[in-house]
Design a protein around this ligand. Structure first.
Ligand SMILES: Cc1cc2nc3c(=O)[nH]c(=O)nc-3n(C[C@H](O)[C@H](O)[C@H](O)COP(=O)(O)OP(=O)(O)OC[C@H]3O[C@@H](n4cnc5c(N)ncnc54)[C@H](O)[C@@H]3O)c2cc1C
Length: 509
């Protein structure tokens, strides 16, 4: 059922089993999983169903006082890097997906504050269903699967030090369009739009939320009372809500050890490697973006779903060389020096012009790296307030020397393996800049701000994503990531959301 919060009266109280706050990737995944389950669900979404409302979007404005956020050479701000509407930031995501590696969950001695309280095996059972919700192909990330079934070619480099890893890409699916009818039609789901949660209400001496307070922009206020609450407002807004709900606990909720908002991580994107190919361009087939569903060789795939390869240092190589994770996609093809061959945006286009192209070309490598969790990289509240009177978010994003140096050293290993296998030469572009000053772009991935840890002194949520000091409050989204790996986060966000939904169904409701 669809409810417009403007049609409720001030003082109304909605009662439900589960209250989901925020309908982005995480909130929609849980609501879809619980639709038809027999449990009553209320989804509170700040925005509307279609498009952006400027006043609602302005609730996301805030300041970044840390490392500048740049995407595709444009400066990004807290209100441009997120979307506050039904579907959340999946309204502008690119659809690039890959699960975390098993090693990402482990404690790695060279990465301070690494080590999740759960293992890859705890999340893996939920990846196949997450693939389905995100419009991806089968849960298979081994190049052999794609090569055998879809004729996508073979890896150039795949050895003990550098491997070829696979990414999948969806259309990209717009969750706001894909799941709106299912949620509106579900008898047990009330999707309330234009409903801004303004406070998580807790009584003194209690460890349970009593309710959440909700307001429309024109001042209708009401409450929702639930057995369990899921905060799914994204990696910046989750800590903001917890910190701003400080009417009873002065430091905010979940923050008895001053951890809420800390350990903010992005995926630094760095374009720094130039491949000078040896041999035929067609050897790079596996690394291009191709609409494989149209080839009709293997099992049918969702429309527009694609898979392509990237180069990554193997988990063993990362341990030996004490590296963070990083993957290098073949991004831009440059004109061959002196040949006048036109630049092409990626390998696929280069392949398309191969007949008339020279046998050697140049390709740019685009790194997506993991950041070491840093408590000084954090979301706090600014002194400025939004139209609802809530203090705005302030981000202090830090990028450390370890983060960039690790990308640099990984690229050197990739270059080395290209040379060893005589596949080409990778020039590590140095310019005159020290590695620490390399230009860094972002992915729009906001992770780590309510990190998962068994001990309340080390993290904000437990292994079930429950806030340590609030017994009926859960968090869904990449703020629970203890470390980020190098993979884009949304597939894991959805898998963890489905795992949380399972927990709520089986253990809580
Ligand atoms: C340009 C861009 C490209 C991207 N491409 C990729 C990609 O290729 N692959 C990938 O994995 N990830 C990508 N991402 C990241 C991806 O969009 C996010 O990981 C994902 O959307 C996060 O899902 P979420 O549900 O946690 O949060 P969101 O999608 O941000 O959803 C949060 C929801 O909460 C609502 N909300 C917020 N505050 C309140 C409140 N107080 N009350 C009620 N509701 C509230 C919002 O309106 C929103 O609907 C990209 C991001 C950007 C910016």
């Amino acid at each position: 059922m669809l409810l417009d919060a403007h049609d409720l009266a001030t003082g109304d109280e909605l009662r439900t089993d589960v209250c989901i706050i925020g309908a982005g990737a995480a909130g929609i995944a849980i609501a879809m999983d619980l639709a038809g389950s027999g449990h009553d669900v209320v989804v509170l979404e700040s925005g509307g169903l279609d498009g952006l409302d400027p006043q609602t979007q302005d609730l996301y404005a805030g300041e970044n006082v840390g490392h500048p956020m740049v995407m595709a050479e444009a400066d990004m701000h807290l209100d441009t890097v997120r979307i506050r509407a039904f579907g959340g930031s999946t309204n502008h995501w690119s659809g690039l997906c890959r699960p975390l590696d098993p090693e990402d969950f482990e404690q790695r001695p060279w990465i301070p504050n690494s080590g999740w309280p759960i293992a890859f095996g705890d999340v893996e059972p939920y990846y196949p269903a997450a693939q389905g919700l995100l419009g991806l192909g089968p849960y298979d990330y081994d190049w052999r699967y794609w090569s055998d079934n879809y004729g996508l070619g073979e890896p150039l480099v795949d050895d003990d030090v550098v491997e070829t890893v696979t990414y999948q890409m969806s259309e990209p699916i717009r969750m706001s369009q894909a799941y709106r009818d299912d949620l509106v039609d579900a008898d047990n789901v009330r999707l309330v739009i234009w409903a801004n949660v303004t406070n998580l209400d807790i009584a003194p001496e209690s460890d349970l939320l009593d309710s959440v307070s909700v307001s429309t922009l024109d001042g209708t206020t009401f409450t929702v009372v639930a057995t369990a609450y899921v905060l799914a407002t994204g990696g910046i807004e989750v800590p903001r809500m917890l910190l701003a709900s400080n009417d009873v606990r002065r430091a905010g909720l979940g923050n008895q050890h001053d951890l809420v908002g800390r350990y903010f991580m992005e995926h630094p994107h760095v374009m720094r490697g130039l491949v000078v190919l040896e041999g035929e361009v067609s050897a790079y087939l596996y690394y291009g973006h191709r609409e494989i569903s149209e080839q009709g060789i293997g099992p049918p795939l969702p429309p527009m779903a694609t898979a392509h390869g990237a180069f990554a240092v193997t988990p063993e190589g990362r341990a030996t060389h004490e590296l963070l994770g990083a993957a290098f996609t073949v991004r831009t093809a440059l004109p061959d020096a002196g040949s006048g061959t036109p630049a092409a945006p990626d390998v696929t286009e280069l392949l398309d012009v191969e007949a008339g192209a020279p046998s050697a070309g140049r390709l740019q490598l685009w790194a997506r790296g993991e950041q070491a969790p840093d408590p000084a990289s954090r979301v706090t509240l600014s002194a400025e307030r939004d139209a609802l009177g809530i203090r705005r978010a302030q981000l202090d994003w830090r990028v450390s020397d370890q983060d960039i140096d690790s990308i640099h050293r990984s690229l050197v290993l990739v270059a080395n393996r290209f040379g060893t296998h005589r596949k080409g030469r990778v020039q590590v572009e140095q310019d005159s800049q020290p590695v620490a000053d390399w230009p860094v772009e972002i992915g729009g991935h906001h992770m780590g701000t309510t990190r998962m840890a068994e001990e309340p002194r080390r993290g904000v949520v437990d292994a079930n994503c429950r806030v340590h000091d609030v017994a009926n409050l859960y968090v869904a989204g990449s703020s629970v990531f203890t470390t980020s790996g190098y993979a884009n986060p949304t597939l894991t966000i959805v898998a963890l959301a489905l795992r949380l939904s399972d927990h709520l169904r089986n253990q809580v409701l």
